[in-house]
Design a protein around this ligand. Structure first.
Ligand code: FAD
Length: 352
């Protein structure tokens, strides 16, 4: 971005709304804010390891549960369409990660990795969460190619290729228990592999898993490799007590060892829950700093779905719009022919 970018700290007017992130929450917020004539500016992030602009769905081959798409479509395709819709309505996009925000003074300051800092009246944090993986090369390879390795049973478990197969769940917390019970609807057997000799999950959940006729638990074990060329055929296990190794034939692997919300750049300026998710007013997207809103998986350790993220993204944009109106700022957002042209060129520059 050049020094003349609207809202930059070079002395131009602050942005009405800066949206940080690029999953379903961010693009939905952008669509709503753009249609409300707020000319949102989105920082969509950059590729870092398996984290890509576009969010978690960039790692998914088929999405069958996003309403409006009776034929399965790929995660990258869905995200491309959401972004295109936001841009079509006037959203400007910068392909950089935000490394810092300063929320102590108004307008707020948003500092991206390379370009100039931007000032903003309101901010929507939609940076999502990263699923934790075991960290095995073959696990990553098969997870990114639709090869039967997933970090979301509710998302992927109903796919035809998992039906009537033996599936493995790795984990021992409540999420692992939920994923296990969900998979019993489709699998011939669900094997839970846990590195300790008892579950960390709540007693009720653990008991439901342990008493389920389709579930078997392999205690004190960890997965050390994932077998199979194009699709998983098995996992290699190591006993954490004896060190003995074995192989188990399986038709799918579900890793359920938790998520990490992407909040580091906030540097503790927003209150978080005990699990590190951004804290919002119940039923709303308002954070503990007035004028800063948060949406998507970064506030949600319970539903974690594209549609729920899109829903809270919509809420955040509506709340930002009302915040601006309440503070009498909405008129400064009125677009002119000139600023529309400027917006279009910012998109062209930043998305190449
Ligand atoms: C393997 C897998 C399969 C899934 N399949 C489905 C499915 O079929 N259906 C479904 O509904 N859900 C599915 N989900 C869940 C779904 O992907 C998430 O619920 C959803 O993507 C969360 O959206 P979000 O907008 O909160 O952010 P995310 O999708 O988490 O994206 C946020 C993105 O913001 C960007 N970002 C992060 N930090 C910064 C920063 N500092 N500055 C700028 N940008 C930043 C990054 O690119 C990050 O990836 C799946 C999840 C996984 C892991």
């Amino acid at each position: 971005m050049s020094a003349s970018t609207p809202g930059s700290s070079a002395g131009t007017a602050p942005e009405n709304v800066v949206i940080i992130g690029s999953g379903p929450a961010a693009w939905t917020a952008a669509i709503y804010a753009a249609r409300a004539n707020l000319r949102p500016l989105v920082f969509e992030g950059e590729p870092v390891g398996t984290e890509l602009p576009g969010g978690q769905l960039m790692l998914t081959t088929d999405i069958e549960n996003f309403p409006g798409f009776p034929e399965p479509l790929s995660g990258p395709e869905l995200m491309e369409r959401m972004k295109a819709q936001a841009v079509h309505h006037g959203t400007r996009v910068v392909s950089e990660l935000v490394k810092e925000v300063r929320l102590g003074e108004r307008p707020f300051t948003v500092v991206p990795n390379y370009s100039e800092a931007v000032q903003a009246h309101t901010i929507i944090v939609a940076t999502g969460a990263a699923a934790k993986w075991i960290g095995l090369p073959n696990e990553q390879r098969l997870a990114t190619t639709g090869g039967g390795v997933s970090a979301c049973a509710v998302c992927d478990g109903a796919m035809p290729f998992y039906r009537n197969k033996r599936l493995v769940v790795v984990g021992g917390g409540d999420t692992a228990m939920e994923e296990t019970l969900y998979l019993t609807k489709f699998a011939s057997e669900v094997v839970v592999v846990h590195r300790r000799d008892s579950f960390r999950a709540s007693k009720v959940m653990a008991q439901r898993v342990l008493s389920h006729p389709k579930v078997r638990v392999i205690w004190n074990s960890r997965v050390t490799d994932v077998l199979g060329d194009d699709f998983i055929t098995g996992v290699r296990l190591e006993d954490t007590v004896t060190g003995a190794t074995s192989e188990l034939e399986v038709g799918g692997l579900f890793v359920a060892i938790g998520h990490t919300p992407n909040t580091r750049f906030l540097n503790g300026q927003l209150s978080t829950t005990e699990h590190g998710y951004v804290q919002v007013t119940p039923g709303r997207t308002a954070t503990t700093v007035d004028g800063v809103f948060a949406a998507g998986d970064v506030i949600d350790d319970y539903y974690r779905q594209a549609i729920t993220s899109a829903g809270t993204g919509c809420m955040a944009a509506l709340e930002a719009e009302r915040w601006l109106a309440h503070h009498g700022i909405e008129d400064s957002a009125a677009t002119t022919e000139a600023t529309n042209t400027e917006a279009a060129s910012a998109v062209a520059v930043s998305t190449t």
